[in-house]
Design a protein around this ligand. Sequence first.
Ligand code: NAP
Length: 243
Amino acid sequence: MSVLITGASRGIGRSIALALADDHDIAVNYRSSKDAAEEVVEAVKQKGRNAIAVKADVRDPEAVESMIATVIEAFGELNAVVNNAGTVEPALATEIGDEQWNRVLETNLTGAFYVTRTAIPHLEPDGDVVFISSIGGTGGTVDASYAASKAGLHGLTRSLAREYGDRGLQVNAVAPGPVETDMNSTIVEYLESVAFRGHENIGTHLPEYACQPEDVAHTVGYLLKNEYIQGEIVNVNGGMQFQ
Ligand code: NAP
């Protein structure tokens, strides 16, 4: 079994790579962090699985095609894709520049679409696609570009499950709340700088610890093992928000 994880050089993607390495060969996609991606490859190999690092900017459809071809050549098959690569350029709707808006949408939504549409013809029967969304995709945030990109993933998840479910493709999304990574520190700084209190809607029943990348990674692992979850957005937010 083999899986391609986009944006697996750092943060949540790295954790997904290590969690799935229990029973998959892993293709570690990255955009610029080559050394970090190679380190993830080594960590996967330490677990006794095959792994490769593949550079591709998910916004570039030609680079995506070449990445999928490289993965098929390396592993001879592709069983699952985890669309994890993402970015955030937080700004209020009246203040965001066009380039910022487009970069976020192109990375988080269009990039995930490019990767998925290119992978689908290669995915083995019973293949899986998982999108890493966000709590903002359903609840909105004070950062419209990010929330819109993640809400778009929810439409993509459900549409692809309808379009390709009868061919055995399983398509789901995992929607984390704040997770301790590089990206989250950017978001927290932004929330503080615009004087919003980022965690106003946290319930009283949140776990004692901040959500870790592993909490998301193990949910992805569960989805790949389960045959009966289809077209779902699975929240991993400790109860901050319900669907
Ligand atoms: P992160 O630490 O900032 O890592 C981002 C990853 O995405 C890196 O591996 C980066 O590659 C890759 N990437 C960015 N742009 C790319 C592009 N154009 N093409 C290919 N790869 C690209 O982020 P994270 O916190 O782990 O977030 C991972 C996913 O979880 C994202 O989709 C994010 O929206 C989602 N999420 C995060 C949180 C949170 O609080 N952290 C909460 C909910 C959802 P390089 O290292 O090569 O730059």
